[in-house]
Write a protein that binds this ligand. Structure first.
Ligand SMILES: Cc1ncc(COP(=O)(O)O)c(C=O)c1O
Length: 347
């Protein structure tokens, strides 16, 4: 099987497995796991934030941030395809009593402007009977918008605007290392103006488990309390953090290969019948293409390429999503293109 469904499907590398086997561990609920502590310190240094917290999942990191930045009854302004809004089980309402204020904009790119966000904000001058905005949530790269990237300048403009209105900004940086590679920026520069940032070790970086939430020291102290409350206080978690440390050092320099493979895939797809995609829009490792003009629905196309060539991709509605990562090679991209070509030509 060649698995393009997500970059979450990567298996730990031999170096990660070795590091896991040899990890020095302790009880992290007591703050005594040296490997978790090392990961948190290393992440804080890379992101130039005061402190960091290892969390089991990106969703937990995001939701702790929403909890700490909002009060019940407040709104979270977010792009309408944002992960925090669409794929985290309405946790912002269940955990924080907050309401999403989804914003359509960015001309389909998922990249909102400050103007679009501002129009959705209810700040001090709003009538008393509307819910106040508590938080602006950004996502970089933007998963459902095809891995599009928010530039440093745009992030700064949005954060400056939000801060001027007394609002905090959380950055869902599940794939911020991909964004940084694509933009030629550091992750620290992309995250600098945000009040908090979460990044995933378990996506393109390839670790089996884990994410990291970063921010000011007081924020992270509170986040640790909420991680425990949500059931995320892990004990000898150093076996997981050890793989995360390897991922953090070894994977970022090779993300460009995944992006080149995604672009190659997109360029090949653009020449297939019934496919709509602008290869130029593919900036990172996510390729989303429209098959509404093909004779077969997306689900059926995915089922057939799986059957014929063992190629896995995800169909939703009239769209198909394929994601590159270190377990798919350039040759695998060519196999996928051949498989899709056969199915689309017969359809
Ligand atoms: C943009 C984004 N944020 C957050 C998450 C949540 O990560 P997890 O699956 O570790 O909860 C994902 C997962 O796919 C994601 O794509």
């Amino acid at each position: 099987m060649i698995d393009f469904r997500s970059d979450t499907v990567t298996k730990p590398t031999p170096a990660m497995r070795r590091a896991m086997a040899e990890a020095e561990v302790g009880d992290d609920v007591y703050g005594e796991d040296p490997t978790v502590n090392r990961l948190q310190e290393r992440a804080a240094r890379i992101f130039e934030k005061e402190a960091a917290l290892f969390v089991p999942t990106g969703s937990m990191g995001n939701q702790i941030a929403v909890k700490l930045h909002t009060r019940p009854g407040e709104e979270v302004v977010i792009e309408e395809r944002g992960h925090i809004y669409n794929y985290e089980m309405a946790a912002m309402s269940a955990i924080s009593g907050a309401l999403a204020r989804p914003v359509r904009g960015g001309g389909g790119t998922g990249l909102l402007t400050w103007g679009e966000i501002k129009a959705a904000v209810h700040a001090g001058d709003a009538p008393y009977y509307v819910a106040r905005t508590g938080l602006v949530a950004l996502e970089n790269s933007h998963n459902l918008a095809g891995g599009s990237v928010l530039t440093r300048e745009r992030t700064e403009e949005i954060c400056d605007g939000a801060h001027a209105l007394g609002l905090r900004v959380h950055l869902d940086g599940a794939r911020i290392f991909n964004a940084a590679e694509s933009l030629g920026e550091t992750v620290a520069a992309l995250a600098r103006p945000a009040d908090s940032v979460m990044f995933c070790l378990s996506k393109g970086l390839g670790a089996p488990v884990g994410s990291v939430l970063l921010g000011a020291r007081g924020f992270i102290d509170e986040a640790r309390r909420w991680r425990k409350l949500l059931g995320g206080g892990m004990r000898q978690a150093g076996v997981l953090a050890a793989a995360g440390l390897v991922a953090l050092e070894e994977t970022p320099p090779r993300l460009g290969d995944d992006h080149a493979n995604a672009r190659r895939l997109a360029e090949g797809l653009a020449g297939l019948p019934g496919v709509k995609i602008d290869p130029e829009s593919v900036r990172t490792n996510i390729v989303i293409f429209d098959v509404s003009e093909a004779r077969l629905p997306a689900d059926e196309i995915c089922a057939r390429v799986r059957e014929t060539r063992g190629v896995l991709c995800s169909g939703f509605g009239s769209l198909i999503r394929m994601v590159t990562h270190y377990d798919v090679s350039r040759e695998d991209v060519d196999v996928a293109l051949a498989a899709l070509g056969e199915v689309l030509k017969e359809s």
